[in-house]
Design a protein around this ligand. Structure first.
Ligand code: ADP
Ligand code: MG
Length: 703
């Protein structure tokens, strides 16, 4: 039996929570902190000093020796530089651990090696980290000891954002301001801000660490670059929500405890569709904290997996032919007095504020579908979106039967008198409770689905930060709110004006609504007919960042400058090329040094057998046939290897940028596929004992 866990006590024990600040700070200092947290502005250096001391004392009591400014550069993962609290000893050689207000609020890592897309030439290495007071500091324990981690934003000398947090914070301010204008129009005078709330569901794979270490591709690329399908995949649907295996269960328990200590509300866990695939969902919270917490979730998953002799794969498509991993980004808007703007209530057809918000979301998502799609693109996600698996790369909104019917009535007649009811769920068993059914069923194929009181953006990749998708969502909806408020604030007859505006937006943007099967080929044709963009790959999506339409949007709300956008585009191209370069080089390495040599050995075994059988006067025809089959594939593999080397050399000689990224996508990827095919064919006929790397069956079923 495991020991009894006191989760209430554990929860947040490694976080410098508001409660701890209240306990440890003088009243006036606490009040100032709270004010800046809620309303923005700056802490005085004196106040920061008091906070820093309290934070340090708490951290030291909990074993910390170091602190770090924890930030999210454009690599997509987190970075930090650790400093100890050690100070210069006095004349008697005594040293006092210290941490100043200045050290709390500002850091200056030598940042020249982070991607900046030309924003900061390497001779101008200065980059600043600035404390994000709205996201609590926490303690991280690992082999280096205990470190006080301070969530920070990361900017250049000129204040240009070099990270994922800064634009997210800017977008949150923008949507708050514009959403407030909307709620004021409906008579809400109390709310002082509107907060985007996010609950990201995280999918991941767990495999045995020993086997993981035997696969260079998993080690370097995070995904398998070779691998024939296992005889069994996910076709029996027996893994999804299936019983959790012991080893995985103990990983999950350990993971939950670590996350609870860090104040992450790990809530839901289950097995996912593919073998060895699982999911974890926390309870939703303020967008920037959710983004920080999601980074903590991903890091903790990797760390805890190691402890259990497992490896956690966060790549979007670690195994070809079975489900990949995503991150469902559940998003809603809540006033600070707790009203969810996306809550339709019992009678959405009569809830004018909700209908206006819905109309604005429809407009935003339709008008900026390209940007939203871009926000969910990363290199790994190209293997999911628009490739072999849903959601498709085409953005559409699923509203469910009830709301779709409301929209239809509004578009047709300007009124929505009818409301389809959910009805009762009848099981036919008298002892089971009767439920009121949800008015909408689920649609698993939609990229952007309304699910009761929130939108679920399902395109995001499993390894990606949720910073960008939420920045874009906030920005595009802020713009729609702003335009609606500009119009409605001037209206003489508000009721009439809002009625007309809802009808207008819904009519103009109803093409974005799609309740059908997003997997079907018919949808691709239908979407094309409707004029919806279908951007299939990450590199093709990059330019959406720098269209006039998006520059106008971002500059208007102070979220990105044109220069920041251009630098991000440049980084994306570079990231793509670098990732593909690693993948191609890894394939070349594995094929040259592991796979082809193993196959050559196998051909010798066959040849020796044939000679022996012939000498004995026995029938060697099967062995000859096998040898011929192997030889054909071996030749094909060798030719493909040569071709990949050639095309990779050409790619490497190109200067970074758009052209290079496109070359990788079009030519290098094709050459990689051409090498993979014969190798996977060989895997299926070569003696298992001689195959040099663990197979899909061993990786995904022997956990
Ligand atoms: P599923 O989509 O798998 O049925 P749930 O309904 O449990 O999952 O919700 C998934 C995620 O959505 C959770 O992280 C949950 O906290 C989050 N969520 C629930 N309500 C909201 C909301 N109003 N705003 C944002 N996220 C929400
Ligand atoms: Mg979900």
């Amino acid at each position: 039996m495991s020991e009894v866990l006191n989760v209430e006590e554990l929860f947040g024990s490694k976080v410098f929570t508001l409660g701890k600040m209240k306990e440890r700070l003088p009243e006036d200092v606490f009040a100032e902190v709270k004010r800046v947290m809620d309303q923005g502005g700056e802490l005085s250096l004196a106040t920061a000093g008091v906070v820093a001391k309290a934070m340090k004392d708490w951290a030291i009591e909990n074993g910390a020796t170091h602190y770090s400014h924890w930030f999210q550069p454009l690599t997509g993962i987190t970075a930090e530089k650790q400093d100890s609290f050690v100070t210069h000893p006095d004349a008697e050689g005594r040293m006092l651990m210290e941490f100043s207000g200045k050290e709390l609020i500002k850091g200056e890592p030598d940042a020249s090696s982070f991607p900046s897309g030309g924003l900061r030439a390497t001779f101008e290495a200065r980059g600043y980290t600035a404390w994000d007071i709205t996201s609590p500091a926490f303690l991280r324990e690992d082999a280096t000891g205990v470190t006080l981690c301070i969530p920070t934003a990361f900017c250049s000398y000129k204040g240009e954002a070099l990270d994922k947090k800064t634009p997210l914070l800017r977008s949150m301010e923008a949507i708050s301001k514009q959403a407030l204008r909307i709620v004021r129009l409906f008579g809400n005078t109390e709310a002082t801000k509107v907060i985007p709330c996010v609950g990201p569901e995280q999918e991941y794979f767990l495999i045995d660490r020993e086997k993981y270490l035997q696969r260079t591709d998993l080690l370097f690329a995070g995904r398998t670059l070779f691998g024939a399908p296992a005889p069994k995949g996910q076709e029996m649907d027996d893994h999804y929500f299936g019983t959790i295996r012991e080893r995985i269960g103990s990983f999950m328990q350990d993971l939950n405890v670590e996350l609870w200590k860090l104040g992450v509300t790990a809530k839901t866990q289950h097995n996912e569709a593919a073998p060895a695939q699982h999911e974890l969902a926390p309870i939703y919270e303020t967008a920037n904290i959710a983004a920080d917490h999601n980074q903590i979730v991903m890091e903790t998953m990797k760390k805890v997996a190691e402890r259990h002799g497992l490896a956690c794969l966060l790549h979007e498509k670690p195994f070809a032919g079975v489900n990949g991993s995503g991150k469902h980004n559940n998003w809603s808007l809540s006033t600070d007095n707790g009203v969810n703007l996306l809550d339709p209530g019992d009678t959405p057809n009569e809830n004018i504020q909700f209908l206006l918000v819905l109309a604005c979301v429809m407009k935003a998502v339709d008008y900026h579908a390209d940007l939203l799609r871009q926000s969910a693109s990363d290199v790994g996600n190209d293997h999911r979106l628009g490739a072999d698996e849903a959601p498709p790369a085409i953005i559409s909104i699923f509203l469910g039967e009830q709301l779709e019917d409301v929209v239809k009535q509004l578009v047709e007649t300007g009124e929505a008198a009818r409301l389809l009811e959910g009805g009762k769920l009848e099981t036919g068993v008298s002892t089971l409770p009767e439920f009121a059914k949800d008015a909408t069923d689920r649609n698993r194929t939609s990229p952007f689905a309304f699910t009761g009181n929130k939108f679920e953006f399902r395109m995001v990749g499993s390894s990606d930060s949720i910073g960008s998708p939420n920045t874009i969502l906030n920005a595009i909806v802020a713009e729609a709110f702003c335009e609606a408020a500009d119009y409605l604030e001037q209206a003489e007859d508000f009721d009439m004006a809002v009625h007309d505006l809802i009808k207008k937006y819904m009519t103009e943007h109803q093409r974005i609504i799609f309740n059908g099967n997003g997997y079907a080929d018919e949808w691709v044709a239908e979407a094309k007919r409707r004029g919806l963009p279908n951007i299939k790959t990450m590199v093709e999506a990059v330019d959406t960042l720098i269209t006039d339409k998006s520059v106008k949007l971002f500059e208007r709300f102070g979220i990105f400058t044109r220069v920041e956008l251009e630098s991000r585009a440049e980084i994306l191209y570079e990231t793509y090329s670098k990732t593909l370069n690693i993948e191609a080089m890894t394939m070349i390495d594995m094929a040259s040094k592991q796979i082809l040599p193993a196959v050559v050995k196998y051909t010798k075994v066959l040849a020796d057998t044939i000679v022996a059988l012939n000498g004995a006067g026995a029938d060697a025809s099967v062995q000859v046939e096998l040898l011929n089959e192997v030889t054909v594939l071996l030749k094909e593999a060798k030719a493909a290897l040569n071709a990949l080397k050639e095309v990779e050399a050409k790619a490497m000689s190109m200067v970074n940028g758009k052209e290079k990224a496109f070359f990788y996508m079009e030519s290098v990827r094709a050459a990689m596929d051409a090498l993979r095919a014969p190798v996977d064919g060989l895997e299926q006929i070569v003696d298992k004992d001689m195959w040099p790397i663990p197979t899909y069956a061993e990786l995904t079923f022997e956990v």
